[in-house]
Design a protein around this ligand. Structure first.
Ligand code: HAM
Length: 422
């Protein structure tokens, strides 16, 4: 039996990496006053249609949309920003008139052709800083992405930034670019020909070499930016320089979602895979208004967790040191008494593994050895009769017996010396 195409199980032996990412990210983002938000995995389809843009791949061909039993149009979220803004509006978070810094980590769904680094269910870690026009906000979020990647030992990447201007600047530029591209229409590939009419700016980040050659002499967005946009971009560059963040300017960087303005950025890894964009984001000052809310600017990004894991897996060291106590038990009376021991272990936060077989002690000890337990506690008829516990040190083979009246003190005393605490 196979999982659905484009989906993957995250197995128990991989989960430690996911938990480490979650813990580290939570610590880093909490320090900068970002708070976690969890929104539903599905939303009314309209939310995404109104946010992401009708000429984008996501809206045109990648959404998992369906009618529910009540006839409502529902879509599994293809990204997190639209949902966070919907939650911001539904819960009137704007009423407090302050900056809202939020983050999320969860599954997203896009009907794409699966390949290395591209899945139909994948996970994004995202941050959204809502409520500031200040270029410091752009710098703060980019710095956080860099910090997270570095702390997770993801080091081979490039931060690319661009300024894509405001709607008015883009409209003027779009016209000029379209005029230019029409002269070369015959030489463009089919996708770019189609995009001349629907979304010419997306042609800029085409991967087709011929298209890129044609673009060499095309008009550039940078020459169509007015003072405010230029100033914002220059300030951002200054902040990045001041915080020692290395970046390159990619004048052809255009994001695949339509809600962006001014700052756009991507972080690309040096990986051999085609899908090397590990993080994408930018400023989206009109989105909240576009969804019927007040005029509130925002900036944010999302990191693809599966792509991140591909990068850090090689260097991630799993702590296989199983500081665990094995609870071997035999006989009905022993099974009655074992809960007292379990209660104490839980209280002292000592990890344990309860044997569930009816095997003899010899076999249970073998199992304890196999899973790498530090100690094995044996509780059988002999122990019950004499009110004792037998304890075997699995490293040295040494066997001791302690009185049941002394269990609590015993665990307390050995906990530190054997590093048994989780
Ligand atoms: P995005 O560039 O569409 O931006 O996605 C962000 C990241 O999600 C990508 O850089 C990539 O690492 C990962 N990703 C996207 N699609 C897939 C896939 N099919 N399989 C695996 N990973 C994938 C957004 O989604 C925006 N909401 C980011 C944002 C937040 N902008 C402002 N705030």
């Amino acid at each position: 039996m196979q999982p659905s195409r484009g989906t993957k199980d995250i197995l128990p032996n991989e989960i430690i990496l996911w938990q480490t990412i979650y813990d580290k990210v939570k610590n880093i983002l909490t320090l900068s006053d970002y708070k976690e938000i969890r929104t539903p995995i599905f939303e009314n389809t309209e939310i995404f249609k109104r946010s992401i843009g009708s000429d984008t791949d996501i809206i045109n061909k990648e959404m998992y949309s369906f009618k529910d039993r009540g006839g409502r149009d529902i879509t599994l979220r293809p990204e997190g920003t639209a949902s966070v803004i919907r939650a911001f509006l539904s819960n009137k978070l704007y009423a407090s008139n302050e900056i809202h810094r939020m983050w999320y980590l969860g599954p997203m769904f896009r009907y794409e052709r699966p390949q290395a680094g591209r899945q139909r269910q994948f996970h994004q870690l995202g941050v959204e800083c809502i409520g500031s026009y200040n270029s410091l906000a752009d710098a703060e979020v980019i710095r956080l992405a860099e910090k997270i990647l570095n702390e997770l030992n993801c080091i081979n990447y490039t931060i690319e930034i661009n300024c894509i201007g405001n709607q008015k600047e883009r409209d003027v530029y779009k016209k000029k670019l379209t005029e230019y591209l029409l002269k070369y229409e015959q030489d463009l590939n089919e996708e770019s020909k189609r995009r001349i009419k629907t979304n010419p700016l997306r042609i800029l980040d085409s991967k087709d070499q011929k298209v890129q050659e044609i673009l060499t002499n095309a008009p550039q967005i940078a020459s169509h930016l007015e003072l405010d946009s230029l100033q914002h971009f220059n300030e951002l560059r200054e902040h990045l320089n001041n915080s020692n963040i290395k970046y390159t300017i990619n004048k052809n960087l255009i994001r695949g979602l339509d809600y962006y303005n001014c700052t756009a950025f991507e972080i690309k890894t040096d990986s051999e895979y085609q899908q090397n964009a590990i993080c994408g984001g930018g400023r989206y000052d009109q989105l909240i208004q576009q969804l019927g809310g007040p005029n509130i600017p925002s900036v944010g990004w999302a990191i693809g967790i599966e792509r991140l894991i591909k990068e850090i897996k090689k260097t991630f060291v799993v702590n296989n040191n199983k500081n665990i106590i094995y609870l071997a038990n035999y006989g009905t009376k022993a099974r009655k008494e074992i809960w007292k021991i379990i209660n104490i272990l839980e209280q002292e936060k000592i990890a344990f593994h309860l044997d569930l077989s009816n095997n003899n002690f010899q076999k249970q000890l073998k199992k304890a050895h196999k899973i790498g337990a530090k100690l094995c506690i044996l509780l059988g008829n002999n122990e019950i009769e004499n009110n004792i516990l037998t304890i075997k040190n699995m490293d040295t083979g040494e066997q001791t017996q302690i009185s049941c009246d002394n269990i609590y003190n015993y665990f307390k005393s050995i906990k530190k010396s054997l590093h048994l605490t989780n």
